[in-house]
Ligand binder design. Sequence first.
Ligand SMILES: *[C@@H]1O[C@H](CO)[C@@H](O)[C@H](O)[C@H]1NC(C)=O
Ligand SMILES: *[C@@H]1O[C@H](CO)[C@@H](O)[C@H](O)[C@H]1NC(C)=O
Ligand SMILES: *[C@@H]1O[C@H](CO)[C@@H](O)[C@H](O)[C@H]1NC(C)=O
Length: 555
Amino acid sequence: METMTLWSFILFKIVFSIIFVPLTFAQLDSNLPNFPGDLTSSFCPTTPRDDCEVEVDVPEGCESSATSKSSCPIVFFLHGANNNNNEYKCTTEVHDVKYIGVYVQGEKGWNTWPKTWNNCNWDDFDCTQDPDEVGFFIELIRFLRNKGANGNIYLVGTSNGGSLAHKLASNADQDLPIKGIVSKVFQLLRKPERSFPGMKNYNQPSQARGTWPVSVLSILGEDDRDVPYDGGYTALFNIEIDTYPYYENFRGIFELMSGLESMETWASHNKCDGSYVITNHTATVWDVERIASKYDYSNGCPSDIYLEQYVLLETRHDAKDAIIEGNPINFDITYEFIEKVEKGASIVPSIAPSESLTQAPSGSKYRNCVDQPGYEFELQFSGAMKPCSWIMENINKISVRRDNYCYENNGMDISDVGYDCQWSCDTCGASRPTPAPVSCSKLDIDINIDNSVNDNILLVKRWDPSTGKFSDRIFKRGKAKFNTPNGSYRYEIDCLYPTIECYLFLLKDVTEDGFTNGSGSFTVELDGNVLKSSTFSGAKAKNLKRQRKKFGQCA
Ligand SMILES: *[C@@H]1O[C@H](CO)[C@@H](O)[C@H](O)[C@H]1NC(C)=O
Ligand SMILES: *[C@@H]1O[C@H](CO)[C@@H](O)[C@H](O)[C@H]1NC(C)=O
Ligand SMILES: *[C@@H]1O[C@H](CO)[C@@H](O)[C@H](O)[C@H]1NC(C)=O
């Protein structure tokens, strides 16, 4: 019986690979922005995971196949606990930076601390019923490499996803070749050394084990109640055990490092000398002014390693959404970091420059096509001055650099750099093809509400035809977020598709004692047109329990 099963399994594998590998497994095609390829049906069936979903967002120029490799950086975006990968396709804008974005769905989050839905004990490493996160990502990376995606690998994770980024990086090796991580609002675990299923389930990096060096950008809130900056115990580790009628708090078993301890661990692992420079930066978190203290260890590190931590002072878990010196962490600061690591990274381009690119073409069309000698322009992030030739210096970056510097923000009009660097920018009279329009709508929510009744919840949901409900939550703000007296809050939700989908705006009062004891108002606009607007005070405000507005293509 055992043997039969094994043989049919092997036979299935052989038949499966002969039939399907050449057809569906061999390449990664590019897609339009906001429309990532869905690889769920080709990758997920071979995994034991219920919620498995894989979307791969491939910009033009990053497509690949087994024989024609791409060296665009590959960035995995890791959502927080109980969250999902839905919004990444609309928010990451990987097409602007020419990264391959991978949006993976975890099993109700990621198995980095005790979860009520686990079946085995945290120290049962052979358990096959609970998610083996590291094993999963090793398979996923192998899958992408087989499709010719050969670029450096980065992880960008929030909260539970930030915790996973530290865990995966702690097991970095030839199977899990992680170059850098951006971990938001989570530190390394101090304890335990290993947890949950898998061979490579270590929680801290180790030179003795051969963990590869990894660049780290960490963002933490000094007053985070969920993930305390000072480390130690957090209530997140206290769970209800479904199978037994009691709670287990895992105190003394699971512990967080403090923010700086986490950085020191990475510094020492990466062979940095541990010295750092602190600078203060102006920041905002949901429109509230804050200070971000930056701890930069990079000067004491080997030349291709960057280690930075931003600590948002007086800020809680929403430090993850900070805007520092006008640059949002999501994703300007994140991508600036990845660019830095890419520049320092010694990667061998897998496509050698072709002759035609290094020699000026002849022919009348190109007669006047030259770069202004001596012309220099300023780089967006570092502010360094570069000559025109820089644009073509790295064959893998030509199209990104042309997009960034040779054209105006609208992506069509030629910029000053484009005129002065005609040859490098490829703006020699040739007009640029118009990108296909993507009809993305924007929802603006403007809401004034006081904190006398702090049980209001604001939701935007999408109708899911497969469940016949508004089951797809796109946006949620509630309770703690409405925390200032008579506060004014503005939210922008990008990338809705009301021409093809149905949505619901919902403001509801959970305890049904009215929206507010005082007065308030809200306005919802879709692409600048008012969908619903209301002001309320006195008895009206106390009687309002919910406000709804359906919009889009609704049955
Ligand atoms: C940064 O700001 C904090 C809070 O105002 C202050 O305590 C700290 O000394 C400042 N650090 C530097 C390096 O300026
Ligand atoms: C608002 O009204 C409720 C009951 O109607 C009361 O319990 C609560 O204290 C009031 N809050 C304020 C800030 O007045
Ligand atoms: C609260 O905000 C509303 C709406 O903007 C405004 O009309 C009202 O005067 C404010 N109330 C107080 C007490 O500031």
